[in-house]
Design a protein around this ligand. Structure first.
Ligand SMILES: [Mn+2]
Length: 340
């Protein structure tokens, strides 16, 4: 829970501000988008002028969600308060315009976040509203608005619910608590439409017939090694040229590869025409070494999602056998019990 005095301090800053800039970090997701759109509604109803900023484009998979296009990359400077949502780490604001960062530093700042890390963003006057026990930033926004008796209109309730469902994968992650569910229940009372959220999300899965047939080709080409523990797909340059502008080919089948019985790690190679080869690595919870594997080849990432790029290999077969042997070494590490 956010302390009452924090909410009251937030209220004071908002009351004395006219133009508020709301910022997402460089990894926008459903929760951060729901947070900015929810705040846009709630603070808009308090007669504030609102601008939404994100240094990078909102990813395609979120664009079915109405309102995403109001998030801008343009830098504004005439705001008098900024609010950063869903991160408190400066490492996620590296692409943010330098002048904008300076302006943020010189004005009051509110950070609303639910991540565990130690906050390292600081401005002239900073209020931290951070609660790692919350399953989503939108949950915290609801709690603050509710405490301050700020009206939460139907649209706000809908987008805040979207944030919760998105970060909790539909209330199924270990971060989901009874208070997450109570918040969602209140948002439903206020007009969030869960049926619409789900049908909109399913619409975003629609693909052209051409892409669906191409996915069929890719499925047939999956190779597996070491009793299906490793699954590999290779995308040649001709297909990168043809399909990448409409869809990133590995994303068509990597989830299916992970569902192969015994699979621990899935790798998609893209082979370019200039000796560049990229690898996207996704692993299951029993193989939390995706980043270690990528690091061996000059890349990086997270325990279950990583990647690398190389120009050192003339042919893919050489790289592939090296990747397989490095993976085998990691497979031989003692088993770990990992929570996701
Ligand atoms: Mn979040």
């Amino acid at each position: 829970m956010i302390q009452n005095k924090t909410s009251l301090a937030i209220d004071q800053l908002i009351t004395r501000s006219k133009h508020i800039l709301i910022i997402q970090a460089e990894n926008p997701d459903g929760d951060s988008l729901g947070s900015v759109l929810g705040l846009e509604q709630i603070l808009g109803d308090k007669n504030k002028e609102i601008s939404l900023y994100c240094a990078i484009d909102i990813p395609e998979y979120l664009r079915y969600f109405e309102g995403w296009s109001r998030v801008e990359k343009d830098v504004i400077s005439d705001f008098d308060l900024s609010i950063i949502v869903d991160t408190s780490s400066i490492a996620l604001l590296q692409k943010t315009n330098h002048n904008l960062l300076k302006a943020i530093n010189n004005k009051p700042l509110i950070i609303i976040d639910h991540h565990q890390n130690k906050p390292d963003i600081e401005a002239k006057e900073t209020i931290l509203a951070i609660d790692p026990s919350a399953a989503a930033t939108t949950q915290i926004i609801y709690e603050i608005a509710n405490y301050l008796k700020y009206p939460i209109n139907k649209e706000a309730a809908h987008v805040l619910a979207f944030g919760i469902l998105s970060d909790t994968l539909g209330l199924t992650t270990p971060s989901t608590t009874s208070s997450t569910i109570r918040t969602l229940a209140s948002l439903v009372d206020l007009g969030a439409n869960l049926t619409k959220l789900d049908s909109d999300r399913k619409l975003s899965y629609q693909k052209s017939l051409k892409l669906l047939k191409y996915k069929g080709d890719l499925l047939k080409r999956i190779e597996t090694y070491l009793e299906d523990q490793i699954a590999i797909i290779t995308i040649p340059w001709s297909e990168i040229k043809e399909y990448s502008p409409i869809y990133n080919p590995p994303m068509l089948i990597m989830e299916d590869m992970r569902l192969i019985i015994n699979n621990k790690v899935s790798i998609a190679f893209k082979v370019y025409d200039d000796q560049k080869i990229t690898a996207k690595i996704r692993s299951n919870p029993n193989f939390p070494y995706a980043n270690q594997l990528a690091t061996e080849f000059g890349g990086g990432g997270h325990k279950f999602a990583s990647g690398f790029k190389t120009t050192q290999y003339k042919d893919l077969e050489q790289l592939k056998s090296l990747v397989i042997s490095k993976t085998q070494a990691l497979l031989n590490k003692p088993p770990v019990d990992e929570n996701i």
